[in-house]
Design a protein around this ligand. Structure first.
Ligand code: ME8
Length: 511
């Protein structure tokens, strides 16, 4: 039986249009989901939208729509963006769905039944933009007296009756969780941050609001809606069928990885496991967080007018080109800046030149000089073996990186083989062998085809359409494109389709 692998993105707020940051998280998560499927796992990949809370309510009012009508519209737009990014999610969850309401209310009941919820009164700072409560000590005060959260979001003073979750009681259990599971939070810098936050002591958390009603009603407490983060985090178990533990999808829980941006690590690594432990539900295995994208060194913001629309970017450069750029350009956990020259350089140097030309050169020699018939391997020389061994090592090398979500390192492992293949083709010069030793030319080209096949197979999760195209040209049937299939060689003598370029160079449009 295939082993289950459950992976999620955050569910995105429907207060505004999707941008490249959302697309990035979804593409990275998609790449891991595709890799796990290709590596023989039974994958469940979830994404969707977070539709309750004050922030969405305010955005709907500003748009002159009811919160539900507004959420319907923006959620559909996120879904369209998700598809446009080639994301292969297995479900799309919306927090306004009935299944989710049932799930949240049951989670609440279980947490309450364990004695972890009590009624009180909240008085303190709240940032609507972050939908987060802040301690006075976390805030920055500007010369004009305005206070802001560490994220830069404005805060307001809130005073209302509220239910509280006994977060303070979970400090030791959380520290034990981090201690026993060193890989629970990635990367290490974030783990350390969370550790020191929890070690610093935890306050009980306000988990209901009474000053607006766009949320899930607290069971048995009229006037209270659930705090949007309790509601939102629960999506991850709703989609597995919670509270129905006989549901077919319950086998996917606990999640193997929640992929999130660094902005929301505290919610995922502190609040979420505490809620689950209080309710007696297993906690997720890993929270993998990534860094921030800025544009040409500047933070993206509506007022600067530099917010990048992912669908526009794809129109300009191509989908696989953008998927590749996003995962190659910066280490996953780190921040990075995107710019036109950086994208063009990745496309023209690495995709068009290193990889595209390698495939095109090899395949057109077979088409021109061997009638498009795949030659057999000969007795392998040391040079042949060096390259083939590097290619054979790719699945293990890439798997190790994917399991740590170091996508850029996975790509670097693959590019090491591509660069080695380019060195090999230059040394072996099969075009010259065409006149002197046609048999050896065939053997060299076969080593190249086998190497490019391994490369293209491993690159499928990153660039699905382009690699399907390349594998097709290499004569690899659809059923032989996963990792296990790499151990069965292609049949000698098959006819390869006419080669065609996979990655055109990016040329600046005429001014
Ligand atoms: O936080 N660079 O939703 P959200 C990289 N609804 N990633 C970015 C980014 C940037 N500049 N901007 C946004 C929420 N992201 C909650 C989540 S989950 C139970 C609830 C990505 O719409 C990144 O993944 O504000 C970040 O965590 C997420 O978008 C925040 O999306």
């Amino acid at each position: 039986m295939k082993s289950a692998f459950y992976i999620t993105t955050p569910i995105y707020y429907v207060n505004g249009a999707p941008h490249i940051g959302h697309a990035y998280t979804s593409i990275a998560t998609d790449t891991l989901a595709r890799f796990k499927r290709m590596d023989g796992h039974d994958v469940f990949f979830l994404t969707g939208t977070d539709e309750h809370g004050q922030k969405v309510e305010q955005a709907a009012a500003a748009a002159g729509l009811t919160p539900q009508a507004f959420a319907d519209k923006v959620s559909a737009d996120f879904q369209d963006m998700t598809q446009a990014m080639g994301v292969s999610n297995d479900d799309w969850i919306r927090t306004t769905e009935e299944r989710h309401k049932q799930s949240c209310q049951e989670l609440w009941r279980r947490i309450a039944a364990s004695g972890n919820i009590y009624l009180g009164h909240y008085e303190g700072w709240y940032a609507v933009r972050d939908e987060a409560f802040y301690d006075e000590s976390e805030l920055t005060t500007a010369p004009d007296g305005k206070k802001t959260a560490p994220s830069g979001a404005p805060v307001e003073w809130v005073r209302e009756p509220s239910y509280f979750f006994r977060l303070s009681a979970w400090q030791d259990k959380l520290l034990e969780l981090y201690e026993n599971n060193p890989d629970f939070i990635a990367p290490t810098s974030r783990r350390n941050e969370v550790l020191s936050f929890v070690k610093g002591g935890l306050h009980d958390l306000s988990v209901s609001r009474t000053t607006f009603n766009w949320g899930i009603p607290v069971p048995g407490a009229p006037g209270h809606v659930m705090y949007v983060w309790l509601d939102a985090l629960t999506n991850y178990i709703t989609a597995c069928g919670f509270p129905d533990e006989d549901a077919a999808r319950w086998r996917f829980w606990p999640a193997d990885a929640h992929v999130v941006g660094k902005d929301i690590i505290r919610f995922h690594a502190v609040y979420w496991p505490a809620f689950l432990m209080a309710a007696g539900i297993p906690v997720p295995k890993r929270i993998s967080s990534h860094g921030w994208w800025v544009v040409e060194g500047e933070k993206m913001s509506k007022s600067l007018g530099n917010v990048i629309e992912p669908r526009k970017l794809v129109e300009t450069y191509g989908l696989d080109q953008i998927r590749y750029f996003l995962l190659r350009e910066k280490p996953f956990g780190a921040d990075g800046s995107m710019s036109h020259p950086a994208i063009v350089s990745r496309i023209n140097v690495e995709l068009a030149n290193d990889l595209g030309n390698l495939a095109q050169r090899s395949l057109s020699l077979i088409a021109r000089n061997l009638g498009g018939v795949l030659p057999a391997r000969g007795a392998l020389t040391e040079d042949d073996l060096g390259l083939l061994n590097a290619a054979n090592g790719l699945p293990d090398a890439v798997r190790a990186c994917m399991d740590r979500q170091t996508f850029h390192e996975a790509l670097e492992e693959i590019w090491k083989v591509i660069r080695a293949a380019n060195g090999y083709i230059d040394r072996q010069a099969p075009w010259a062998l065409n006149k002197t030793d046609k048999v050896r030319m065939g053997e060299v080209l076969r080593v190249l085809v086998d190497t490019i096949r391994a490369v293209a197979t491993m690159l499928q999760p990153f660039m699905p359409a382009s690699m399907a195209n390349m594998l097709e040209q290499l004569g690899v049937p659809e059923h032989a494109r996963d990792i296990a299939a790499l151990s069965a060689p292609l049949a000698d003598g098959i006819h390869l389709p006419a080669p065609r370029g996979v990655f055109p160079r990016y040329v600046e449009p005429a001014a």
